[in-house]
Design a protein around this ligand. Structure first.
Ligand SMILES: [Zn+2]
Length: 353
């Protein structure tokens, strides 16, 4: 069995695919080759030929898949379910989220595999300005002499820090136990990373923060859905006209805080949903099924850490949020095309809700 999957999501499109080339060269140069790659792509059709070429060139096992969003749940700006694609479809004992605009030190794979699979390994958010000149966009290579190292030391922790930003790794079993990344709450702002860290903390996971193994290149976010810089091939369901108006209203006119957003939707007729066993509530638009957490505080860190029994991300809040455990079980051993088919129907199959 392959011990590790790099779970990559791609939203941006860069000239000559130079970012993809850099990321894959980073993988080819790993001192330990015991991994495969799942590349979940918002521009699958346009990129599939070059991904095939680069797989061969870099001798990588890359499983390329389109990103399919939920057909019945409206989103605005971002769909955080994309971060679950690689973890759900992998067969490996553990996964690491490897987001775009990042590159890796050649020893990161061996570092990961030398640690126990149930250890939560974070890679220290280290953001670099491309102007330092470390990235040759033609060859994809990194000049390590020009990479400013992180000054942070390696730290062991018994409590997962909240500022892990989700490019980390743990066994897929442990990931399933907290039900992956939150597919319900963060369809209009990010913070699925802090939510995930909080639930891993509540679940009692321990591990290490290891600097200078994964680096991030500073970049602008695209203005299209999913932060992409050109329209996604399979866009998520758009919010209805009245939700769209509310977004414009709250963003550009009175700029209320997140705490107030739920009240706006509620006042305009969104229903309030309470799930059993949680103190949390959501507002759900009756027209487009857009779901928003009914946040009662300005402090998202406080919101996600308040209930220490909050370990699993929400499942089936008006049809949003899958139960990933049975889905992961059913994926096991399927052909790649069957996995893609199962993934596509998983949002509406009652077995996973
Ligand atoms: Zn709506």
């Amino acid at each position: 069995m392959i011990p590790l999957t790099y779970a990559v999501t791609l939203a941006d499109w860069t000239p000559n695919q130079d970012m993809l080339r850099m990321m894959l060269l980073s993988l080819e140069q790993q001192t330990c080759k015991e991994f495969d790659v799942i590349l979940a792509d918002h521009h699958y059709d346009a990129r599939k030929d070059v991904v095939g070429e680069l797989s061969q060139k870099h001798s990588l096992s890359i499983k390329h898949t389109p990103i399919y969003p939920a057909p019945h749940v409206a989103k605005n700006y971002i769909d955080c379910s994309v971060f679950n694609v690689g973890w759900v479809m992998s067969e490996a004992e553990r996964c690491v989220r490897y987001s775009e605009w990042r590159f890796l030190h050649p020893t990161v794979t061996e570092t990961i595999l030398n640690e126990p699979a149930d250890s939560f390994l974070d890679f220290d958010f280290h953001n670099l300005d491309e102007k330092l000149g470390f990235w040759d966009r033609n060859s994809g290579s990194i000049d390590w002499d020009k990479v400013t190292p992180s000054p942070n030391p390696l730290v062991e922790f018994d409590e997962v820090p909240l500022n892990c930003y989700a490019n980390n790794t743990i066994s897929r079993q442990k990931w399933v136990e907290v039900n992956g990344f939150n597919e319900v709450n963060y369809n209009f702002f990010h913070w699925e990373d802090i939510d995930y860290s909080a639930r891993c903390r509540h679940a009692g996971y321990a591990g290490k923060r290891i600097p200078n193994k994964m680096y991030r290149i500073d970049h602008p976010y695209g203005g299209e859905a999913n932060r992409a810089n050109r329209p996604c091939e399979r866009p998520f369901k758009r919010v209805c006209a009245s939700c769209e108006d509310l977004f414009k209203y709250v963003r550009f006119h009175i700029l209320p805080t997140h705490k107030q957003w739920g009240d706006f939707w509620k006042a305009k007729g969104a229903k309030v949903v309470t799930k059993k066993g949680t103190e949390k509530e959501w507002v759900v638009c009756e027209k487009c099924n857009f779901v928003m957490p009914y946040v009662d505080t300005e402090d998202i860190a406080e919101y996600v850490t308040r209930e220490t029994h909050y370990t699993k991300s929400p499942i089936n809040v008006s049809g949003s949020g899958r139960n990933l455990e049975p889905l992961v079980k059913d994926m096991k051993g399927l052909s790649w095309s069957s996995k893609i088919d199962l993934y596509k129907q998983s949002y509406t199959n009652k077995k996973y809700l």
